[in-house]
Design a protein around this ligand. Structure first.
Ligand SMILES: [Zn+2]
Length: 557
């Protein structure tokens, strides 16, 4: 017995690791003496975070010399990596997987999809060609997009919904006809296929066709398909202006009747006639939640939205696609009808023109082109120069749309700080930028994009936590991390705890701030120091390391 004990002690001495350092260390990374904001909303606490491989290994006090790399985080906050609940980076991630403007905000997971998603493209909807690391590539399913991302590599993780517009147009093409029973079954089959490919749920944009063609009853039936897979129904609602309360009721009804969780995308009051009424949306959501309907919302911390000048054209005029729309815009009699409807509105239609009181100075051209960075009042003045009688503004709008082939991305100043703040401070309202992964330099420095593409998350921390104190730091972090993770069923992300994935953002709470503005959008934030994705450092003291550790996070796998 004594002999055996002696032998095992001797063996133990042989196998025991030497005092650890360098390549033999048990941890790949230790973040030392940070203020840990763990994503749950709990108050911050001091501690070290040790990472092994792609996971958080240990929290607590970790002895020196136990890691291949240490980050001294004294004075800094370590939080779970931010999950951008509403992103449009689908194409840009394939052009450049660095995801510069997102990584530099501390974003580690992008959630893609609104009316459109990067698949499916089937039947009546031709697949577009995407540029993937300089090469052309195409696919017909959302799973095909996920495979392209896997091959291309990216710095951020990616989640995607399947977008209703893709599904609808795959079956119905550009027609505004009602779907037959067989066609409707095809739509359900396409959603089912995308869910099996790993979509997080169904996302919809009900303001304009084709999404606006779907009735509430149809949306309930389509949402049930998502429900069978444990997915989420996410919606840019039908009307964010004078119809906003009815539209919120519609989304709640869809969640209630289909038995699925619903998330209202970028909740807002986007018509000056309804400003000051966010409390009525809050009351609707609270009442629904208290009777057991899982309805939540997300918001971006700005009071201007990004859409397109073409949405000033009433929905009916879009039937048949862009070529048909442009033909209508060229017809003098149709122009007279359009002008009447734009000025007076149409029942149920969210009208960007009346939403801003017909004030052209509240429309800023954000897309790439000759008018980028100019407000529409200046564009109209430019076009009037040297003309004896200036063209009527709506006539000029039609001309511009014809010249620009039917698309002019535009920022609309249509909602208010008090309404946005009231939404932002609700416990069920999380953060989504509605932006894309652009860059300050290179090919993705493009157009005059909305500052939310660069500044959303630092803005929440700098303006709404530190400056106005609307939010506690821990609540703000929760809205960017675990709240979004739990909506998506990503229960091993969005929190700092042992065995969760090591997606981490380290920032200076005293300095963090957005610098991007409407007129000078291409500006780096301050105070986001380090970003770790799946255990790999992607932002290192503000420098992108070129690492591409991001993964497609397929729902249910
Ligand atoms: Zn939207």
């Amino acid at each position: 017995m004594r002999c055996l004990l002696g032998l095992s002690l001797a063996l133990a001495a042989l196998i025991a690791p030497p005092p650890s350092s360098g390549q033999d260390a048990p941890y790949d990374l230790v973040i030392r003496q940070a203020r840990i904001v763990d994503g749950t909303g709990n108050p911050w606490f001091f501690g070290d975070v040790a990472v092994r491989g792609d996971r958080i290994a240990v929290l607590g006090s970790i002895p020196a010399g136990r890691a291949k790399r240490e980050i001294d985080a004294q004075g800094l906050v370590v939080a779970p990596g931010f999950i951008d609940m509403h992103s449009h980076s689908d194409r840009l991630l394939l052009e450049d997987g660095h995801a510069q403007s997102k990584i530099r905000q501390g974003v580690t997971t992008e959630v893609l999809g609104e009316g459109n998603s990067a698949g499916p493209y089937q039947g009546e909807l031709d697949p577009p060609t995407y540029t993937v690391n300089g090469r052309d590539r195409t696919w017909t399913t959302l799973g095909g997009y996920f495979a392209a991302l896997d091959d291309a590599k990216m710095s951020v993780n990616v989640v995607s919904y399947v977008g209703l517009d893709n599904v609808w147009q795959s079956v119905m093409g550009k027609s505004f006809a009602r779907p037959t029973a067989a066609q409707f079954d095809q739509m359900k089959a396409l959603i089912d296929e995308a869910m099996r490919d790993g979509a997080a749920g169904l996302s919809t944009m009900l303001m304009m066709p084709p999404g606006s063609l779907a009735t509430t009853d149809e949306l309930v039936e389509l949402a049930k398909v998502v429900g069978r897979h444990g997915g989420l129904f996410s919606s840019h609602i039908r009307n964010e202006g004078t119809g906003v309360l009815d539209s919120v009721k519609e989304i709640i009804a869809i969640g209630e009747r289909a038995g699925v969780p619903v998330d209202i995308i970028h909740v807002k009051i986007a018509d000056q006639q309804f400003w000051g009424r966010m409390h009525e949306i809050v009351a609707l959501v609270e009442a629904a939640r208290s009777r057991g309907v899982d309805v939540q919302t997300n918001v971006y911390p700005y009071t201007r939205g990004n859409n397109n000048l073409v949405t000033i054209i009433p929905p009916w005029a879009h039937e048949g696609g862009t070529a048909s729309l442009l033909a209508r815009l060229k017809d003098p009699a149709t122009r007279e009808r359009l002008k009447r409807e734009i000025r007076d509105g149409l029942p149920g239609w969210y009208n960007h023109y009346t939403a801003v009181g017909g004030d052209w100075s509240r429309m800023l051209i954000s897309g790439k082109g000759r008018y980028e960075g100019l407000t529409m009042d200046r564009v109209l003045a430019l076009r009037s120069q040297g003309k004896p009688s200036p063209p009527e503004p709506l006539e000029a709008l039609f001309d511009i749309l014809i010249e620009e082939n039917g698309s002019v991305p535009t920022v609309y100043a249509h909602h208010t700080e008090p309404d946005m703040n009231l939404a932002l401070s609700q416990p069920w309202c999380s953060i989504g930028s509605d932006g894309s992964a652009y860059a300050i330099e290179g090919p993705l420095r493009r157009g005059n994009p909305h500052p939310r593409n660069f500044g959303t998350f630092p803005r929440v921390l700098g303006v709404y936590v530190r400056e106005t104190k609307l939010l506690r730091l821990e609540d703000a972090v929760r809205k960017m991390t675990s709240l979004n993770a739990s909506k998506l069923g990503l229960f091993d992300r969005g929190v700092i705890r042992p065995n969760a994935f090591a997606d981490l953002t380290i920032f200076d709470p005293e300095r963090v701030i957005d610098k991007s503005t409407y007129t000078e959008p291409f500006a780096d934030n301050e105070g986001i120091e380090y970003v770790v994705v799946n255990g790999t450092v992607v932002l290192d003291r503000g420098r992108h390391t070129d690492a591409m550790p991001g993964r497609v996070l397929r729902h249910g796998r």
